[in-house]
Each structure stands twice: as structure tokens, then as C-alpha cells.
Design a protein around this ligand. Structure first.
Ligand code: UDP
Ligand code: MG
Length: 198
């Protein structure tokens, strides 16, 4: 089974089942590198491999919201490519929130973010940065819409449950800060033919 997965066996099986549609299929996956590249098919959409950093903050972990939050990203069709639980250091946080150092809430933000473990994730997919910001909702949960993570699970800006990168550039910076390269996996979803090739 492992061999089958490694050699793209699942993809071939799916392609067999969906072969009727393949002729009209426009692939979203770039032929840049990794498994997608090896297929040799061209793509018109460059950002299907976009990545973002999502972190369930200490209050979210304490309230056992990790599973519910991850499920939202899975259901949306994004691909998990990195995941870890960590006690965040002051050093990491000061780099992560470097733009907020002069804000009056900065000391309490550091205290909050180091008050317990955080679950950090990297999700991948088409326009994942923009979409996940919408899924996460307004910074201040009092203004966040119902249906967003913050709108459903929090009520105060100082305990807003989740972090999401706010731009592709910011995401790249944050992912490098939180994850080693080798902690991020390039892997092929077995439903890729359905979710990534339109
Ligand atoms: N924050 C706070 N008080 C504020 C504004 C922000 O405690 O008045 C915290 C909050 O946890 C927020 C984080 O600082 O998520 C980072 O702020 P930013 O403006 O980057 O919001 P985000 O990108 O998280 O929506
Ligand atoms: Mg921010």
C-alpha cells in the first residue's frame, strides 16, 4: 500500500474512475516541483500551492476547539501540509508580532500567547490566505460574523482563539518562522482529482 501511494497509485486509480471527465479537465496543479510536477501536465492557476499559517491559540487549545477548527479547513478542501503543538517562546512571538511591538496590548498579547500550548498548522490550496482570513473572521470577535471561527467561538479581542496569516508574503514569513522546511510535507491527496483539478 505504501508503495502504491508513493508511486501515485491512488491517483491512477482515481483517474481510472474519473477518466470520463479527464478530457475536459483543466488542471489546477502547477508542474513546478514535487509530485504535481512529475505528472507533466500544464496548469493555468499558479497559486494552487499557496500556503498559510493557521494557529489555534492557547484559549482554543484549552477549550478543546482544535478538532472543530481543523475540520473547517478540511471540509473547505484545503490540504494540511504541516502540524505541530508547541509552547511558543517569547523570541518566536516577538518576531511573529514584530509589527505590534509598540501597541498597548502587546505585553498582554505575549502573556496570552505563552499561557499554554498552541497548535500550529500550514494549510495549502487555491487562495488559501484570503479564504482562511474570511473563515477566521474579524480580529475583534464582537464584530466577527457568525459562521466564522471567531464569530462562533469567541467574544473578546484578547481571546480570539485563532491566528491566520493576512497576506501571501506574511504567510511565507510566518511559515518560515514557525516551521522547519523538513516539517512541511508535499503529498498527494487521494481526492486531488476532484478537489484540485477543475
Ligand atoms: N489584539 C489584542 N487587542 C487588540 C488588537 C489585537 O489583543 O486591540 C491581539 C489579538 O489576539 C489579535 C492579535 O493581537 O489576533 C494580532 O493582531 P492583528 O491586528 O494582527 O489581528 P489578526 O491578524 O490576528 O486578526
Ligand atoms: Mg495579524
Amino acid at each position: 500500500m505504501v508503495l502504491l501511494l508513493q508511486r501515485g497509485g491512488v491517483r491512477r486509480i482515481l483517474q481510472h474512475f474519473y477518466s470520463g471527465n479527464q478530457g475536459n479537465t483543466k488542471r489546477l496543479l502547477p508542474a513546478a516541483d514535487g509530485a504535481a510536477g512529475r505528472r507533466g501536465n500544464s496548469t493555468a492557476v499558479p497559486d494552487v500551492r499557496e500556503r498559510t499559517l493557521i494557529a489555534v491559540k492557547p484559549d482554543g487549545v484549552q477549550r478543546r476547539l482544535v478538532g472543530k477548527i481543523m475540520q473547517r479547513f478540511e471540509q473547505r478542501g484545503f490540504k494540511l501540509v504541516g502540524l505541530k503543538m508547541l509552547q511558543v517562546s517569547d523570541d518566536l512571538l516577538s518576531q511573529h508580532y514584530c509589527e505590534l511591538r509598540t501597541k498597548p496590548f502587546y505585553p498582554s498579547l505575549l502573556q496570552y500567547m505563552t499561557s499554554g500550548p498552541v497548535v500550529a498548522m500550514v494549510w495549502e490550496g487555491h487562495k488559501v490566505v484570503q479564504t482562511s482570513r474570511k473563515m477566521v473572521g474579524h480580529t475583534n470577535p464582537a464584530e466577527a460574523q457568525a459562521g466564522t471561527v471567531r464569530g462562533d467561538f469567541s467574544f473578546h479581542v484578547s481571546r480570539n482563539v485563532i491566528h491566520a496569516s493576512d497576506s501571501p508574503e506574511g504567510a511565507q514569513r510566518e511559515i518560515q518562522l514557525w516551521f522547519h522546511r523538513k516539517e512541511l510535507l508535499n503529498w498527494e491527496c487521494c481526492d486531488q482529482a476532484i478537489t484540485c483539478e477543475l
